[in-house]
Design a protein around this ligand. Structure first.
Ligand code: ATP
Ligand code: MG
Length: 345
């Protein structure tokens, strides 16, 4: 695990040694746009589970309002939300200690968003590189106001529960910078209420999909946690590599090949250079075979748990139901503090 330390906005975030010490509450989340994939698992989900094991309180937001940033309708959103819960539990999140909730069930989040919007400029929102990338991949002809402002909604997600640590992938760093700016400005303008949350990156802050672009639920390039072993093999056989038979780990110049090497290394808990050396001149075919075996082996227990849990839809709904109740109680309390700080009724 690697934390990103305090830095002034706009400056590079030098990575520092792993530590979760001193942190009290973790919040992170996912859009209910489809099942979780290896990018989620190695990018943030493993860290969520590890932090929970260290007794740090874990909150997970299922960001259903965020689905309609880049498409007109949120299709099968309730089903996707339940399946996210399934993936979390299969990966080891303890539902008795975590608060898992949906955006749309916590109205106070939307009320927090309004004062937060006043604390950030249009120019700052328009500069966000992740939003620009999402616009490029968007299914919509026109860019909605929600696309530009959802990072502020995300600030409400983090600040309502005063989360101080956020295990995320690299694409979330610009959003987190917006949250930190909003927290700082609120504290300066009104009353010090909010911590400035820190990002926690993993060893795989940007896992690539089989097309060598960011692995994403919505881009048809993902290997999902729930995929079966044959499907995993089929997808990995189609992964983009290159013509050089000698396998090396060089993410800057050989992104597709290096991503598969990294995947093997993550599954086997090894150094990627050692993995590349072992495959040597075995070429892409051997690389893909090894990756398939490594992924299937690593995920076998998770997938078995997932199959068992999938039978109990009532449990998944109950986890969301109680998470929503708890999130509402926390959000109402924070909203009352914000109103007092601002002197409103
Ligand atoms: P969508 O395509 O619908 O946006 P997504 O795959 O990008 O889906 P999100 O729900 O947007 O997933 O992201 C949830 C969390 O997972 C975020 O913290 C994000 O940084 C992390 N994440 C997503 N994709 C990756 C990836 N390829 N590598 C590492 N982390 C990732
Ligand atoms: Mg995304």
């Amino acid at each position: 695990m690697t934390t990103v330390p305090d830095t002034a906005p706009g400056t590079a975030n030098p990575l520092i040694a792993p530590t979760a010490e001193g942190h009290r509450r973790v919040l992170t989340g996912d859009r209910p746009t489809g099942p979780l994939h290896l990018g989620h698992y190695f990018g943030t989900l493993q860290n969520r589970v590890q932090l929970q094991l260290q007794d740090i309180e874990l909150m997970i937001v299922i960001a259903d309002y965020q689905v309609i940033t880049d498409r007109d309708r949120a299709d099968r959103v309730a089903e996707h939300a339940e399946n996210l819960v399934l993936d979390y539990l299969a990966a080891g999140v303890d539902p008795d200690r975590a608060t898992i909730f949906t955006h749309s069930a916590v109205p106070a989040l939307n009320q927090l968003m309004l004062p937060f919007l006043s604390l950030i400029s249009v120019a700052e929102l328009s500069r966000n590189p992740t939003v620009k990338d999402e616009i490029t991949h968007s299914r919509q002809a026109a860019v909605s106001g929600l696309m530009f402002t959802y990072p502020v909604h995300q600030a409400a997600d983090l600040l309502f529960c005063k989360a101080d640590l956020v295990p995320v992938g690299q694409d979330q760093l610009p959003h987190l910078e917006i949250t930190r700016t909003i927290a700082r400005r609120f504290n300066d303008r009104y009353t010090p209420l909010f911590p400035e949350p820190q990002a926690l990156l993993s060893e795989a802050p940007l896992l690539l999909g089989i097309d060598a672009g960011k692995m994403s639920k919505s881009r048809g390039n993902a290997i999902t946690l729930g995929a079966d072993e044959d499907e995993t093999a089929r997808l990995l056989r189609g992964a983009v590599t290159d013509n050089d038979r000698h396998i090396s780990y060089d993410p800057a110049t050989r992104s597709g090949v290096s991503n598969l090497v990294l995947l093997i290394a993550l599954c086997q808990g090894r150094d990627p250079h050692a993995v590349a050396e072992e495959i040597g001149s075995g070429g892409a075919a051997r690389l893909k075979r090894t990756a398939t075996e490594a992924v299937n082996e690593h995920l076998r227990p998770l997938r078995a748990r997932r199959t068992e849990l999938a039978a109990d839809r009532a449990l998944l709904r109950e986890v969301l139901h109680s998470g929503n109740a708890r999130a509402n109680a926390i959000a109402d309390r924070t909203l009352a503090e914000v109103r007092t700080a601002m002197g409103t009724f």
